[in-house]
Design a protein around this ligand. Structure first.
Ligand SMILES: *[C@@H]1O[C@H](CO)[C@@H](O)[C@H](O)[C@H]1NC(C)=O
Ligand SMILES: *[C@@H]1O[C@H](CO)[C@@H](O)[C@H](O)[C@H]1NC(C)=O
Length: 803
């Protein structure tokens, strides 16, 4: 510069100097200056002098037009190329002239034109900036270059957009300016991961020119976001019988960060003890699954805290509330609080037998329980309070109908499906003595043949008692009663245990044909119940009595004779044999037969009626005295018989009879009429006497029997000698007395056997004297006698004299 400055001064000092100023970039041929005029030179001179431009270095930009004497632009002048940043920028050259040699100095100052925009070396630049970069962080940018100088040079920078960064220029010590990008607002990768800014460099020319550079910023992630659960509280429910592995819930957390900062791991952060081990969370997808068995009855809800972690250590947590839904998985539990195994059959309806407590661990409908019992039993279930039931009797019980009940209590809940459980109670009904013994028949008839041996068992009565054990143990006893004035216990006895009725004595049909008594059956209950039955004993006849001939009367010494008039016709009724048999039936069915006769051809005996009739005409030739033996037989098996001798006198009248009878002893000297009247009177007197006598005897016998306890007999008053007895003592008392073993049942359980004497009852007493009297009285009438027992004819006229 100094050199150039010196040169210009030297030149100008030499011949003249002119300066021009042109802007750069003038087109070719543009006029720079009128050199000729400015130097005062003539065009001719120029021509002659062969004016030319002398320049060492810059001759090619300017040409001299010597025709006009002006300087023209020869080539485009770029100031920046010519001078760079040097200012001022000028071209120095001389215009040489020959003839004379002279030169003129020209200086052309080239002024800057804003022809260059600022230019960045690169059109984009990339940055990676962490989002954690704080405000104020600086990033140095490339500078732009503007070759223009002065105000045309680079003036300032603009950065757009201006959200996060501002541009700052920093003056350096060397006068240059550093461009810096300063973080104004922190970056957020999550909002804007890539930023694109444009840095514009602006010069001061007119018009302005700019150059731009793109700044591409990648925001680097920083773990600035914690994971966030989608909900703070999750609710889930699970059935209590869910299988292991069932998905319970899924928690989800998100993390806005990237990569590992956004990678979430789930874990259980806290769990209550009772839930421990029951749930697990999948660390990757947040699925909570069942790991154990949950039971609604143990825990109804669970709470789990789940944590979400990113790899940068940030966490969030949430709560998971899990409800356990009840499933009807518990049967009703029947608990017997108290029960009676036995109940008395007379328990009143409503007696509580069993108390039951029922529980169902399930809840809601699954835990509502209804109980019932089996049908057709006299029991009912009543619910007292919620879960307490009483089993009670519903109606009267009867052990005899049902001695035990199996009561099945079934309880079912109202779940779907319903669960039920049952329990069977066995209840025994205890006996109460509520049934009296019952005889098999309403009355009994028993038969016994007379003359039985005492002690013979006649019959068995049987009563049944529907009760049990002691209440059903029946014992039999004879009810006190009397038969013909005699206690029945002297007739029969009853075995208390077996009900066998024994005869206590030998029975005589002729004295008693039947009798009845009551047997009581009594059970062993307390109080005892009893019932009675009537037993009728019918005594059956045996043919133990021979027929008794009543007429004609047989006497030892005197003979009664019947008279048959010699004129009697055939069939004349001589007499009638009258016999009785105290037996009955066939045993008393008598038949009469002629056994022996003086003249068999003269008489016959009616087989049935015992009538003795003549069979032919009686003649004088027939013997006066006829003796007939008639045999009377009964029809028993074996039959018994009696014989009677009938004396018949064949005579017209009594004297005749007398004479006939006493033909060798006495004479017939009486008048017939007299005799007849005599006999008639005698007969009348005798009849009256006998009648009186019979009456007296009857009265006497009756009184005697009243005073002595004797059997009443309906038999006619007929002396009776039992065949086996004989009246030896003449006291009227039989010598033999039956001694029996009598089993009395006075005491309920023990059979005391006592010897009883039934002497008085068993004695037949008779009055032989009266019998004898009768015989004698009858003999008053007898005038005939057996030949071997001489006929006695007493004519006392006083029949009573012997009394
Ligand atoms: C009750 O059950 C028992 C045992 O199962 C059985 O032996 C008995 O016969 C049953 N009783 C009734 C009345 O059903
Ligand atoms: C027998 O029982 C009936 C009722 O059954 C009673 O009327 C009667 O008096 C009883 N007889 C005796 C002798 O006990």
């Amino acid at each position: 510069l100094l050199l150039l400055f010196f040169l210009v001064l030297a030149l100008s000092s030499v011949r003249g100097q002119v300066s021009y100023s042109i802007p750069e970039e003038m087109p070719k041929g543009s006029l720079v200056g009128n050199m000729a005029r400015d130097f005062g030179l003539d065009i001719k001179r120029l021509k002659s002098g062969k004016a030319r431009i002398f320049s060492r270095d810059s001759g090619e930009y300017i040409e001299l037009n010597d025709d006009r004497g002006v300087l023209l632009i020869k080539d485009r002048i770029d100031r920046e190329a010519l001078c760079g940043q040097t200012t001022p920028c000028a071209l120095h050259f001389q215009i040489l002239l020959e003839n004379p040699m002279e030169f003129y100095s020209v200086t052309i100052e080239i002024t800057d034109v804003n022809d260059n925009p600022p230019v960045f070396e690169k059109n984009h630049v990339k940055f990676k900036i962490s989002e954690s970069a704080v405000s104020g962080a600086r990033f140095i940018l490339d500078r732009a270059v503007d070759p223009d100088v002065g105000s045309n040079g680079l003036q300032t920078y603009k950065l757009e957009p201006t959200d996060n960064f501002v541009v700052k220029l920093l003056d350096q010590t060397d006068g240059t300016k550093n461009v810096e990008m300063v973080l104004k607002t922190p970056l957020d990768r999550e909002k804007n991961e890539h930023l694109s800014l444009v840095l514009t460099a602006v010069d001061g020319g007119e018009p302005q020119m700019t150059g731009t550079m793109q700044i591409l910023i990648t925001v680097l992630d920083v773990n600035d976001n914690a994971p966030v659960f989608t909900q703070p509280i999750y609710k889930a429910s699970i059935k209590e019988n869910a299988a292991i592995g069932t998905l319970v819930a899924t928690v989800t957390a998100s993390d806005a960060d990237q990569g590992s900062y956004g990678k979430i791991t789930y874990s259980v952060s806290s769990i209550l003890d009772h839930a421990r081990g029951l749930f697990e969370v999948n660390d990757e997808n947040g699925e909570i699954r069942l790991k154990g068995n949950v039971d609604h009855e143990k825990a109804r809800t669970f709470q789990i805290n789940i944590r979400a972690n990113d790899d940068g250590g940030l966490v969030d947590s949430c709560k998971v509330m899990i409800d356990v839904i009840d499933v009807n998985d518990n049967k009703p539990d029947i608990h017997i609080m108290s029960k009676s195994n036995v109940i008395s059959e007379n328990a009143t309806p409503g007696t509580v037998v069993t108390m039951i407590n029922i529980e169902d661990a399930d809840s809601g409908e699954n835990g509502k329980v209804q109980c019932s019992i089996n049908d057709n039993i006299p029991f009912v279930m009543k619910s007292t309070t919620n879960s307490f039931y009483s089993l009670m009797t519903d109606s009267e019980l009867d052990r005899e109908t049902a001695s035990e009940y199996n009561i099945t209590v079934t309880c079912s809940d109202e779940g779907v499906p319903s669960l039920s459980s049952s329990v069977t109670l066995t209840l025994h009904i205890s006996d109460v003595n509520d049934n009296a013994p019952v005889f098999e028949k309403s009355s009994y008839e028993a038969y016994i043949v007379e003359n039985n041996t005492p002690g013979l068992s006649i019959f068995t009565v049987k009563a049944r008692d529907a009760d049990w054990n002691q209440n059903a143990r029946v014992s039999y006893m004879l009810e006190d009663s009397s038969v013909n004035g005699v206690p029945v216990s002297s007739y029969v006895s009853v075995s208390a245990d077996s009900g066998v009725i024994h005869a206590v004595r030998s029975f005589d049909y002729e004295q008693i044909k039947d009798f009845q008594f009551c047997v009581k059956a009594q059970d062993g209950g307390s109080p005892p119940l009893s019932s009675n039955v009537t037993v009728k004993v019918l005594i059956q006849d045996q043919n133990d009595n021979p027929p008794q001939v009543l007429y004609p009367v047989q006497t030892g010494g005197s003979v009664v004779a019947e008279m048959v008039p010699p004129s009697a016709d055939v069939g004349y009724l001589v007499t009638k044999v009258v016999a009785v048999d105290v037996d009955s039936g066939q045993n008393a069915w008598l038949s009469y037969k002629l056994h022996k006769a003086t003249d068999r051809a003269l008489f016959e005996v009616g087989l049935q009626n015992g009538e003795i009739r003549t069979v032919r005409q009686v003649s004088d030739k027939d013997a006066v005295k006829q003796r007939l033996t008639v045999i009377v037989e009964d029809n028993g098996q074996p039959s018994r018989s009696a014989t009677v001798v009938v004396n018949v006198a064949v005579a017209d009248n009594f004297p005749e009879v007398l004479s006939g009878l006493t033909d060798f002893a006495q004479d017939k000297e009486y008048n017939d009429n007299l005799t007849f009247y005599l006999v008639l009177a005698l007969a009348v007197v005798s009849f009256l006497f006998i009648t009186c006598l019979v009456v007296i005897i009857s009265v006497k016998i009756y009184r005697w029997r009243q005073s002595r306890v004797l059997y009443h007999s309906n038999l006619p008053v007929i002396p009776y000698y039992p065949p086996r007895y004989s009246d030896t003592l003449g006291t009227g008392t039989l010598p033999h007395v039956y001694n029996y073993e009598v089993c009395r049942t006075t005491d309920s359980r023990k059979s005391d056997c006592k010897f009883g004497r039934a002497a008085s009852q068993n004695v037949l007493i008779m009055d032989p004297s009266s019998t004898g009297t009768m015989q004698r009285i009858q003999s008053e009438k007898s005038i005939l006698d057996e030949p071997d027992s001489p006929l006695e004819v007493r004519k006392d006229g006083d029949g009573l004299g012997r009394q």
